[in-house]
Ligand binder design. Structure first.
Ligand SMILES: Cc1cc2nc3c(=O)[nH]c(=O)nc-3n(C[C@H](O)[C@H](O)[C@H](O)COP(=O)(O)OP(=O)(O)OC[C@H]3O[C@@H](n4cnc5c(N)ncnc54)[C@H](O)[C@@H]3O)c2cc1C
Length: 508
């Protein structure tokens, strides 16, 4: 029997759990992490963003984690950790498709949207092969002195004055006593399940499920555009050195290309197809989606799956939200508390934003009377942020029938992200009160409500030409008070060369 006594148990050693474990260790807490898997292991969710990088840089600076700090920029990661598999992410690229038709090339880029998040590769964001990054972070935590128990089957979690966590790792029984538990187990929500706290999709507007895998041999989209004679000279960056989104009929596909040539690709499916039963043959469902879009089919002609070993993963509905995300002596990280959709890659940034706020609480309020209420407040903030993300994503799905309407609605995400980046830039190493993506900012909330009403009118009009033009103009008007970087300026023709309001690595 392995009996352990500690301050904090973190269930789950994904990127959120490991980063938090290192911070708490630096703050002098005795931390134990437990994971049901053994690193390295396959996991999904690989695209970083300026907000994720800014938060990571701040956490690393404040809590003295110099080995991790290079991950906040592509160039620094390449130099410091060439052994890690990453990919260059210069921004967000979107291409609109029509079912049954090849991708239409237009000189005015009317079915393209490229939003640069950096001006060069050195300071760019990255795609992170999570197998490598998570194993690296877990190993760093271990080498600092954090106990990591892998292959751990948690059987029982009980609480009296302290928590008791019982389980088994290999042949060894484990019993751990601690004061505080963090649920960083992602969708499994292991602690929530033990506490009987329900996770429901009820009330969430987004309804999607996903098919995904990692591939080799996929033809680069940039190369295909070249063969079709598309004008790429005004693209702010090679369009597939980015989080590339193919916008489809009530669905979209992500493509994240690693420097090794491996591509993480996935369909996210909404509308009636999302409510149909789980496909018995995930690869068949994948192929049937590809067949509907001839240009994507062309892109994947020579592709083969390299991970996971079992082939294409088919998920059930992605959305859930826990009834509570924190309580007396415990809290969730965001992926345990709820999830909406991979659109715009908000997951890792949200996780780091909670790690950042939680770190400040451990630093300033552990062992103080304010602790419990602050933890509860952070849990409620997290839930509000997930509901806000739901609104930003659901509107994108509702406008997918027309690419210009979709692009216009997507601007709400960029406006909120840019405002949050500015706030982070001025907050420096001190904490900040803003919710993730300024979900609690009256101006931001007002903008979203106003545009949601416009979406209802657009849907009622059946997406005809004049209402679409009117919708786009009204979104332009709605974002105007917050639009600090010239989004929706007609002269840009959907090509944004510079949207960063601050240097993401300038701290303090
Ligand atoms: C389809 C999809 C695509 C996504 N794409 C992106 C993207 O491009 N960009 C982005 O920012 N975000 C993306 N996300 C979200 C992203 O995956 C999460 O934000 C991120 O993984 C959160 O990290 P985490 O460490 O909290 O959880 P996870 O990475 O899920 O780690 C959870 C850990 O808990 C362990 N665990 C599970 N059950 C137990 C148990 N019972 N006991 C002990 N350990 C357990 C697991 O083994 C794992 O190691 C995506 C999500 C999905 C579903």
């Amino acid at each position: 029997m392995n009996r352990i006594d500690c301050d904090v148990v973190i269930l789950g050693s994904g990127l959120g759990g490991s980063l938090l474990a290192m911070v708490l260790h630096r703050l002098g807490r005795r931390v134990v992490m437990m994971d049901r898997c053994v690193h390295p292991r396959f996991t999904i969710g690989e695209s970083s963003t300026p907000i994720a990088d800014m938060l990571l840089a701040r956490v690393c600076r404040r809590y003295a984690l110099p080995e991790i700090a290079p991950l906040a920029a592509y160039g620094a990661t390449r130099r410091a950790h060439p052994e890690l598999s990453i990919g260059l992410k210069r921004g967000f690229s979107y291409f609109g498709h029509t079912p049954g038709q090849a991708f239409q090339v237009h000189p005015d880029h009317r079915n393209e949207l490229l939003v640069a998040a950096s001006t060069n590769a050195e300071t760019a964001d990255s795609h992170w092969l999570r197998r490598d990054i998570d194993a690296f972070l877990a190993q760093q935590a271990r080498s600092m002195g954090v106990d990591l128990i892998e292959n751990m089957q948690v059987r029982r979690i009980t609480k009296t004055s302290r928590w008791t966590i019982q389980g088994q790792s290999g042949h060894q029984e484990v019993e751990c006593h601690c004061r505080f538990v963090v649920d960083a187990t992602g969708p499994a929500g292991t602690l929530l399940a033990a506490l009987g706290i329900a996770k429901q999709p009820d009330g969430l507007k987004t309804h999607s499920r996903s098919l995904y895998a990692h591939f080799e041999g996929v033809t680069s989209w940039d190369e295909l555009l070249e063969t079709w004679g598309a004008g790429r000279q005004d693209h702010p960056y090679p369009c597939d050195r980015a989080a590339l989104h193919h916008v489809l009929d009530q669905a979209w596909m992500w493509q994240l290309t690693f420097d090794s040539g491996v591509m993480s690709a996935g369909f996210v499916i909404s509308g009636p197809a999302a409510s149909r039963p789980h496909p018995p043959d995930a690869k068949g469902a994948w192929d049937s989606f590809l067949s509907t879009y001839p240009s994507l089919k062309q892109q994947f002609l020579d592709a083969r799956i390299v991970a996971p070993a079992a082939g294409v993963v088919a998920t059930d509905r992605l959305q859930y939200l826990a009834e509570r995300a924190a309580g007396e002596g415990w809290i969730c990280l965001p992926l345990s508390a709820g999830f909406i959709d991979p659109l715009h890659s908000t997951g890792i940034a949200h996780t780091f934003s909670v790690v950042w706020r939680l770190a400040h609480l451990f630093e300033s309020q552990w062992n103080t009377p304010a602790w419990s209420s602050s933890i509860l407040a952070l849990g409620e903030a997290m839930r509000a942020e997930i509901r806000f993300l739901d609104r930003l994503v659901a509107g994108c799905y509702r406008t997918m029938p027309d690419f210009s309407a979709f692009s216009a609605f997507s601007m709400l995400y960029f406006v909120a992200a840019i405002r949050f980046e500015s706030r982070l830039g001025t907050a420096g190493l001190e904490g900040m009160d803003d919710q993730f993506l300024c979900a609690d900012d009256a101006l931001v909330k007002g903008m979203v409500s106003r545009v949601e009403e416009e979406v209802r009118q657009l849907q009622a009009s059946g997406f005809s030409r004049d209402p679409i033009r009117r919708f786009v103009n009204r979104v332009r008007e709605a974002i105007r008070p917050l639009n600090s970087v010239g989004l929706m300026d007609a002269n840009t023709r959907n090509m944004y060369h510079h949207t960063a309001p601050v240097d993401k690595l300038r701290i303090g």
